[in-house]
Design a protein around this ligand. Structure first.
Ligand SMILES: [Zn+2]
Length: 524
């Protein structure tokens, strides 16, 4: 494996380091000091309360409160940072023509060699022009040929993957791909899978929207951290936050050694998602549509590169199911929401953000008066109310805590080429970037070699790529299991602190979304 590769992008030079401490990419995602006001949930579960609500606020409020199809408040974000996806698209130095060599036999003419090796004689002579000699032929004149015993290069239309040599400058130019008329680099297209549920959705999106998201990706590449969650959400028409709440396809396949298998798993994970897109791309390539095949493949390679993030090495669906098991009662939710709210309100910045909002459900006015969310206990009620309507929100925030912890601390992994400690979002380390690029290069090579091909060996193509993806080794599995134990237990103070930190970091965005869902409103 070539390490110590220099990155020719003028911004940063990545040298192999054993481990590096990265910042936690801000995640998103969330109470009561003794229950000054009862939780929305409590109110809704009491028949009297329900009737009371209908009497005062009318059906609209009730429908809104109870009907899960009402647009939900959204606040959990887990994603690989777009600039890191973009970097992983620079793979030109990781591939080369699949040329071979041939030793010229005694008396063999270039035409005979070309026929034997299924190449044109012109290409053979051109590729080996330094070894071409003019041989005199009987009856006068000369013909071109090679010296017997000479080793010549056999040109090929096919490609293969290579590893840049130590110290070799890695090219940063990327293949262009065009999606719905918008041209971008391969890496930029990889970043797009955080904003569309699948390639078809992106292909059907308005070019103006794709361009707006692309502009943000380029801004983030130029100045990492310069694009806020709200920016992404706005540019994606409010879809981004919702996609992130449901982004189980960006996480690892189920593995009961790490998180108890929920059994009810939809099978959504980054290996399955990558294979599905790679198969689509290979099919398009076989039909001869090289450009569309590369565009589909770039979208799919998003999931491949997410497999190189430590915080994505567990199955998110299993983790959320595990969390729900420990939040299965009202009491358990309240027992979690309360200390989380207290944690949030420890930050003096939280009260001014929350207290400009009040409860919307007028029923409170009669029973408890209209109250500003100016205390931890009232904020806890908001969290409980949200959990009543969108159970995956608190589950997501706990998954975010595990994700962030693993990304920052790193996980011991190995692939078929090396063992190292992989990190994640905003902590991309050189070894991961090296093998990510090699894996993306292999993925591209599979597709380019399939253009117009009669058949494709899908299993072989999948394996050649996924062999490069990192798998937790024994100590890596112990690291993930520890993070899950410490951070996915609503009763543990560590979990409360972590979820409190994530909620604090995105409090304004959370309040905006809860307001959008009709749970609270600005006090007039
Ligand atoms: Zn992702």
């Amino acid at each position: 494996m070539a390490r110590g590769v220099r990155v020719q992008d003028g911004r940063r030079e990545r040298k192999p380091v054993p481990r590096s401490n990265g910042s936690l990419s801000p995640q998103r995602a969330e109470r009561k000091d003794g229950g000054a006001a009862p939780g929305l949930r409590a109110l809704l579960s009491e028949p009297a309360g329900l009737l009371y609500l209908q009497a005062t606020a009318g059906n609209a409020a009730v429908t809104a409160a109870l009907d899960p199809s009402t647009p939900p408040a959204r606040f959990s974000v887990q994603r690989y940072d777009s600039y890191e996806h973009v970097e992983a698209g620079a793979v030109e130095s990781f591939m080369e023509p699949a040329e071979s060599t041939y030793m010229v036999g005694k008396g063999e003419t270039p035409a005979q060699i070309a026929r034997k090796l299924s190449v044109t004689v012109e290409r053979l002579l051109e590729r080996n022009r330094k070894k071409v000699h003019a041989f005199a032929i009987a009856g006068g004149g000369h013909e071109q040929g090679f010296e017997a015993g000479d080793t010549i290069v056999v040109p090929s239309d096919k490609l293969r993957v290579r590893e840049p040599a130590p110290g070799e400058t890695v090219k940063t130019d990327q293949k262009p791909v065009t999606i719905n008329g918008v041209t971008m680099s391969y890496g930029e297209a990889m970043a797009m899978a955080d904003f569309y549920k699948d390639f078809a959705a992106m292909e059907a999106a308005k070019p103006a929207e794709i361009k707006a998201l692309l502009a943000l990706v380029r801004k983030q590449v130029a100045t990492p951290g310069s694009v806020s969650q709200a920016d992404w959400d706005t540019a994606s028409g409010g879809r981004y936050m919702d996609l992130n709440r449901k982004n189980t396809a960006h996480f690892a396949p189920s593995d009961a050694r790490l998180v108890p298998a929920s059994g009810a798993s939809s099978g959504s994970n980054h290996k399955e998602a990558w294979e599905a897109n790679h198969r689509l791309a290979l099919d398009a390539a076989q039909k001869g549509d090289r450009d569309r095949a590369l565009a589909i493949n770039a979208f799919g390679d998003h999931f491949l590169t997410d497999a190189f993030a430590a915080g994505h090495l567990f199955n998110k669906e299993d983790l959320m199911k595990k969390v729900r098991l420990s939040l299965s009662t009202t009491e358990a939710v309240e027992a979690f929401a309360s200390p989380v709210a207290t944690e949030v309100f420890k930050d003096p910045a939280s009260k001014p953000i929350c207290s400009v909002y009040e409860n919307v459900h007028t029923s409170f006015k009669t029973a408890y008066g209209r109250w500003s969310i100016n205390s931890a206990s009232r904020f806890a009620s908001v969290l409980e109310g949200i959990d009543a309507r969108m159970p995956d929100v608190l589950e997501n925030s706990i998954a975010a805590a595990v994700h962030d912890d693993l990304n920052a601390k790193g996980v011991h992994v190995s692939n078929t080429k090396a063992s190292w400690v992989v990190k994640g979002d905003d902590n991309l380390e050189p070894t991961a970037l090296f093998y990510m690029r090699e894996a993306v290069a292999q993925s591209q090579v599979n597709v380019l070699n399939a253009v117009g091909a009669a058949t494709v060996d899908y299993a072989k193509a999948f394996k050649a790529v996924w062999d490069l993806a990192p798998q937790p080794d024994t100590s890596g599995r112990a690291e993930i299991t520890k993070a899950v134990t410490d951070l996915a237990d609503p009763k543990s103070a560590t979990t409360v602190t972590a979820v409190g930190a994530i909620t604090k970091a995105n409090l304004q965005l959370i309040m905006d979304k809860v307001e959008a869902a009709g749970e609270i409103r600005k006090i007039k």
